[in-house]
Design a protein around this ligand. Structure first.
Ligand code: ATP
Ligand code: MG
Length: 588
C-alpha cells in the first residue's frame, strides 16, 4: 500500500502538552550542566542513581505515589516510592552486613519480580555495582558473565539456583554469597552455600544512608545483545542518571502522572535504563509484567492498566501485527498517548500500523548498550518520517563518517551519503569501558568521536536513516545493500510478518540477497507465494537490490532482546559454525 512519507504532528495529536515543541531552540539552549542541576545530588556531595530515583520522591510530596505495579500470576502488587525506599534500604543494609561494599559486583538472575528491582536499586544505594541478567540464560552464559564481571553476590531463586547455578558454582570461586528469593512465598529450603533473602530482608534495618558515590563511579554492568558476536560487557557510571533524566523528558515525554510501561527485561539495557531508572527519576508509575509476550495479554494490560506511555520493541510490534487487527479492535486505549520503540529498525509499515490500529504512530529511537541511553529519536517535537530513526536528542551530536585508505575518520557533510554513524563523545551515560577488553574499547573512538558500528545516512532535514550494522551490509554487484531496506519492502506485502535478509556469497555478484520470511496468521507458504514475494520485492526495489531467493521459516532466530540474528541465518544457510548463541531466544 502506498503511504505518505511523513506523519505531520498537529496540536490535536496530543492529549497533554508535550515536554517540548521547538527542536532547534531546545537543542541550542541545552547543556548537560543544566540537566545536572535537575538532579538533587547526595546531601554530603556526590551522585547516586538510586538516591535520585527514589529518595527525592520518597522524602517529598510523592512518597505515597506508586512507583511500580507488578503484574504476575498472583494479585497485582503496588509498591510506593516510600515503600521502595524502605525495601532498598533494607537490601543495602543486608549487603553491608555481608561485608559487600562499594565497587563490589552483584548479579541478579531473576524474572521481572519485585526482588529484581529491589536488588538492583538497593545495590546501587550501597555503591555496589549491579548487573541484571536474563533469567532464561543457561548455565554456560551465566558462568561466563559472572566470571567476566567478577561477581561477588548473586541474587536468584531457589529453582533457578538448582537448575542453573549449582552445577557451575565450583567454577566461581569469587562468588561469595548467593541470596535466594523464596518461591511461592515459602522460605527457601536450606541449600548449602546460599542465604534466604526474605529472612535477611526481615532482619535488616529500615534506614540507610546512601553510600557516597561520585558521578564517575561504576554503577551498572550491561552485556550487549550478542547479535553480531560474543556479547561484550559495558561499564556504566552513576553520572548516567543525567542522560536518563533528559531522555525520559525529551524522547519518552514522561509527565509525573504517567502510567508508563517499558516492556523490556532488565537483562537488556533498555529494561534498566528505561524500565527502572528513567521512570523513577521522573516520579511516574511503571507497570512491570512478569509474563512473556502474549498478544492478547498485552492488549489487555494496555487497556486495564490505562497505560499512557508505552516503550516497546519492533519485534513485539511485529508480533502484534502478526496476530491481526481483529484482536486489536477488541480493546480500546483512550489513555494511551505516546508510543516509542527501540532495538532494531522499525519498518515504516509498523509505524503506520500504530497510527491506524492504535491511533498513535510509533516513535522509533536508536541507541546501544554502549550509549547507555537514547541518542537519536523521533520525539513529540517534530514530524515523523516513517522508517527514519529520527534526529539527535538535545545534548547529542551525531555524524556520518567515512574512513580513508589510511584508516583516518572523516565527517561527511553531504546529505544522503552512506557511512558509519558516529557520536561526539561526552554525554553522561556513555560507557566507560568493555570488561577486560581495553583494546576493543579504544577502537571505538577516533579523536572525540565514538564510532557506533552501524551504517546510516542523514537527510537534508537532519533525520537519520538506518542502513544496517556494518557486519550485516551486503555488497552485491557493486551495490551496498542494507538488509533493513529489503526487509521493510517485503513487510509491505500483506502476507509477511517478519523478514531477515542476508548476503550469500556468489561468484559473479560477490554476494546475492537472500531473504527469510515468516508469514502472518492465515497465510500458507507455497511456491506461488514465493514467486509473488520475489515479484513484489523486484517491483519495489529493482532487480539489483531485490532478493534472488526467499525461504519461509515459521519463526526467525532472535536474541532474547528480540533482535533478528542475521549472522545465524547466514551461518545456517552456509553450513558454518553458529558462533556464540548464548543470547538466542529459546535456548535454555
Ligand atoms: P552486539 O553488540 O553484541 O552484537 P547488539 O548490538 O544487538 O549486540 P545492543 O546494544 O542491545 O546489542 O543493540 C544496539 C544495536 O541495535 C545498535 O547498534 C543497532 O544496530 C540496533 N538498533 C537499536 N535501535 C535501533 C533502531 N531504532 N534502528 C536500527 N537499529 C537499531
Ligand atoms: Mg552492538
Amino acid at each position: 500500500m502506498a503511504r505518505a512519507s511523513i506523519i505531520r504532528k498537529t496540536a490535536s495529536d496530543f492529549r497533554v502538552l508535550p515536554n517540548w515543541a521547538d527542536y532547534e531552540q531546545v537543542r541550542s539552549e541545552f547543556s548537560w550542566e543544566k540537566v545536572q542541576k535537575e538532579l538533587t545530588g547526595l546531601p554530603g556531595g556526590g551522585l547516586n542513581i538510586a538516591f535520585e530515583a527514589i529518595e527525592r520522591h520518597a522524602q517529598g510530596a510523592w512518597r505515597d505515589r506508586v512507583a511500580f505495579r507488578f503484574l504476575g500470576a498472583g494479585p497485582d502488587r503496588a509498591v510506593t516510592y516510600h515503600e521502595l525506599s524502605v525495601l532498598t534500604n533494607r537490601f543495602a543494609n543486608l549487603l553491608g552486613n555481608l561485608g559487600i561494599g562499594k565497587g563490589d559486583r552483584l548479579f541478579v538472575l531473576l524474572g521481572r519480580i519485585p526482588e529484581l528491582y529491589i536488588s538492583v536499586l538497593g545495590s546501587l544505594k550501597n555503591g555496589t555495582v549491579a548487573c541484571p541478567l536474563f533469567s532464561a540464560f543457561g548455565p554456560e552464559p551465566i558462568a561466563t558473565r559472572l566470571t567476566l564481571g567478577e561477581a561477588r553476590v548473586l541474587v536468584t531463586t531457589e529453582q533457578l539456583y538448582r537448575r542453573k547455578v549449582e552445577k557451575i558454582r565450583d567454577s566461581l570461586p569469587g562468588l561469595r554469597h548467593v541470596l535466594l528469593v523464596p518461591e511461592h512465598g515459602d522460605p527457601s529450603a536450606d541449600i548449602p552455600g546460599t542465604l534466604d533473602l526474605s529472612r535477611l530482608m526481615a532482619e535488616s534495618a529500615d534506614d540507610f544512608e546512601t553510600v557516597a558515590t561520585q558521578a564517575e563511579d561504576m554503577a551498572l554492568l550491561h552485556f550487549t545483545s550478542g547479535t553480531t558476536g560474543t556479547p561484550k560487557g559495558a561499564v556504566h557510571v552513576h553520572g548516567a542518571a543525567a542522560t536518563h533524566w533528559a531522555t525520559g523528558k525529551y524522547a519518552l515525554d514522561l509527565h509525573p502522572d504517567d502510567i508508563y510501561w517499558c516492556t523490556a527485561d532488565p537483562g537488556w539495557v533498555t529494561g534498566t535504563s528505561y524500565g527502572i531508572i528513567a521512570p523513577l527519576l521522573h516520579g511516574v508509575t511503571s507497570i512491570v509484567d512478569e509474563a512473556d509476550f502474549d498478544a492478547e495479554r498485552w492488549y489487555r494490560i494496555l487497556q486495564q492498566q490505562q497505560v499512557t506511555v508505552w516503550y516497546t520493541a519492533p519485534t513485539a510490534i511485529r508480533m502484534l501485527m502478526k496476530a491481526g487487527g481483529e484482536m486489536a479492535r477488541k480493546y480500546s486505549f483512550p489513555k494511551l498517548r505516546f508510543i516509542a520503540s527501540v532495538g532494531e529498525p522499525l519498518n515504516p509499515e509498523a509505524v503506520w500500523w500504530g497510527k491506524e490500529t492504535l491511533g498513535l504512530p510509533i516513535h522509533d529511537n536508536w541507541w546501544q548498550t554502549e550509549t547507555g541511553g537514547i541518542m537519536i529519536a523521533n520525539t513529540p517535537a517534530f514530524d515523523i518520517k516513517p522508517g527514519s530513526m529520527g534526529r539527535p536528542l538535545p545534548g547529542i551530536d551525531a555524524f556520518i563518517v567515512s574512513r580513508d585508505e589510511q584508516g583516518n575518520v572523516h565527517i561527511v557533510e553531504a546529505p544522503d551519503s552512506k557511512g558509519e554513524l558516529a557520536l561526539k563523545r561526552g554525554w553522561p551515560s556513555m560507557f566507560r569501558g568493555y570488561l577486560n577488553n581495553e583494546e576493543r574499547y579504544r577502537k571505538c573512538f577516533a579523536g572525540d568521536l565514538y564510532l557506533t558500528g552501524d551504517l546510516a545516512t542523514r537527510d537534508q532535514d537532519g533525520y537519520f536513516w538506518f542502513i544496517g550494522r556494518s557486519d550485516d551490509v551486503i555488497k552485491s554487484s557493486g551495490h551496498l545493500i542494507g538488509p533493513f531496506e529489503v526487509e521493510s519492502a517485503l513487510m509491505e506485502h500483506p502476507a509477511v510478518a517478519e523478514a531477515g535478509v542476508i548476503g550469500k556469497p556468489d561468484e559473479t555478484a560477490g554476494e546475492v540477497v537472500k531473504a527469510f520470511v515468516s508469514l502472518k496468521t492465515g497465510y500458507e507458504a507455497s511456491d506461488s507465494l514465493r514467486m509473488e514475494l520475489l515479484g513484489h520485492a523486484r517491483k519495489r526495489l529493482g532487480a539489483a537490490v531485490a532478493p534472488k531467493e526467499i525461504d519461509f521459516l515459521p519463526m526467525l532466530p532472535r536474541t532474547r532482546s528480540g533482535k533478528i540474528m542475521r549472522r545465524l541465518l547466514k551461518a545456517r544457510e552456509l553450513g558454518l559454525p553458529e558462533g556464540d548463541t548464548s543470547t538466542l531466544e529459546g535456548q535454555a
